[in-house]
Design a protein around this ligand. Structure first.
Ligand SMILES: Cc1cc2nc3c(=O)[nH]c(=O)nc-3n(C[C@H](O)[C@H](O)[C@H](O)COP(=O)(O)O)c2cc1C
Length: 162
């Protein structure tokens, strides 16, 4: 994944060097600009078993700020916001690898450094008893829940030492 560049970012930014689960790292430029979830729409994507994006809808392209070419074949962690606790994604992966659905509130990073909150449900696709890929469907999150989860995630991050 490419480092984020100041010329792509809208607003004042803070810099992070983020280390991903697979050991790669990326320069992140983060702003406080929120894009609200488009009411009445769903943001949908499909991945292979490793979380590499194989399909997404127009709302995904629009909300992430990336082009379709940049998204296809990228890992889902391209949207990873440093405000999300590691434990949330550990729970997601443990659940879907068992073939179960996972739901939760996720703060996602946009290409321009801003963010958007979603309520995501990740559904594993099972063929002949084996997980072969995943679908994620995101709905508009409740504002009260977003405020609640932002505080919970801050506590979890502190427990993770960040
Ligand atoms: C179907 C599916 C959808 C996902 N959607 C997101 C997402 O919208 N935002 C996100 O940060 N991670 C998402 N993930 C989790 C990422 O794969 C990854 O675990 C996460 O971004 C944390 O990155 P890391 O494990 O490299 O630290 C999704 C995973 C799957 C399988």
């Amino acid at each position: 994944m490419h480092d984020m560049r100041p010329e792509d970012v809208r607003g004042e930014w803070r810099e992070y060097y983020w280390r991903y689960f697979d050991g790669t790292s990326r320069r992140l430029l983060i702003t406080d600009e929120e894009t609200r979830f488009p009411t009445g729409e769903l943001i949908v994507s499909q991945t292979d078993v490793a979380g590499i994006i194989t399909m997404c809808n127009e709302a995904f392209v629009h909300m992430s700020g990336f082009s379709r070419e940049e998204i296809m074949g990228a890992p889902h962690s391209i949207l990873r916001h440093p405000d999300m606790p590691k434990a949330a994604f550990a729970d997601l992966w443990t659940t879907i690898e068992m073939g179960k659905r996972w739901s939760g509130y996720v703060k996602n990073l946009r290409r321009d450094g801003g963010f958007y909150w979603v309520y995501a449900t990740v559904i594993p696709k099972i063929v002949d008893g084996a997980v072969v890929g995943h679908t994620s469907v995101r709905r508009e999150p409740s504002r009260d829940k977003v405020d609640e989860l932002a505080a919970v995630y801050a506590t979890m991050r502190a427990e993770e030492g960040r």
